[in-house]
Design a protein around this ligand. Sequence first.
Ligand code: PEP
Ligand code: MN
Length: 372
Amino acid sequence: MIIILQPDIDRKGDEVSTLLNYLETKPAITPRFHQIKGEDRTVSEIYLLGQTTELDEDEIEQFSGVERVVRVSKPYAVLGRHRGDIRSSGFTYNGVTFNQDNFHLFAGLCAIDTPAHVEEMMKHLKDYDQVCTRMGAYKPRTNPYSFQGLEADCLPWVFELAGKYGLRVIAMEVTHGSHVSEILEALEATGHPTGVILQIGTRNTQNFELLKEVGRQQQLPVMIKRGFGITLDESLNAAEYLASEGNHKVIFCLRGMKTHMGDPHRNFVDFAHVPVVKRLTLMPVGIDPSHSVGTREQAADGLLDIMHTTAQGIIAGANMALVDFHPQPQKALVDGPQALRLEELPLFLEDIAIVRQAYESRKKIGEKMRNL
Ligand code: PEP
Ligand code: MN
């Protein structure tokens, strides 16, 4: 059960303590207070864990300071979208808002390699008004002898370059709790020139201890990939692990499923699930067409398969896209064959703008459907 409190309520005030005293009289209930500081208002909620079936929501709604009581109708208590839910989706991080209504492109290097490549990439992003990017420092590889990423050593210069080119958010995969500390230390040491969204890769979607550790820190938001061989429900439960530990700033990213049914693509594209995840949860939903498709193969109409796949996700309402680019794909140390070239960025952005516009028009049809 979720008790949504009046906006800007004082956590230490009489209204909250009267309510908490009442809840304490209820057996087998653990209240967890949660506050989200937004740009213009602070939202406070109390999550009730345990035997909530006996609780009377009407009685709780009578308490002064309570805006609404929502009964949890899905296993994803915090991130799920429940019946009668009035909580809004998303969050603002380092000046950039992520929610189920807007869209951000995270174009960038699959793996950080040289300062020259990183700088060229970032300069190009700035030239096209982009404020987000993807940059991998810790790479989980199938083969233990493959390049594993430059790890902590590259973080200071990557963050400084990001600051130089006005990039506000870098999506960066972590595979171990120590990576989170290394990122936080490097951000601190460089004076926070940029921000980082921690990425949980598909191979770690059900690494529960990693999820708990990443969820316990609340400084950096998290983008969790769908597990490539598990059900959607299992992946959404994995996302809920992050929130259950306190970090509600979570983006869910589809990236294709591992099966040969997707051949000749690297994975079977699952972007039909974009609206499904938006219906089941409050999370902004991302797509990763690069790791879904896995090649820069060109369709008969001249558009790359990755562009077609991106369009499929965006026309269905995706809120972010994670796309591999490289100034010299043939020299990339990881996933060069699926990287787009820098000169392809403006056409890619043009294509994205067309489908995003189409989605906005489709939403108006949705409004009419709702009112039929
Ligand atoms: C990546 O985004 O670099 C990556 C490894 O993705 P995934 O975890 O989806 O394979
Ligand atoms: Mn990759």
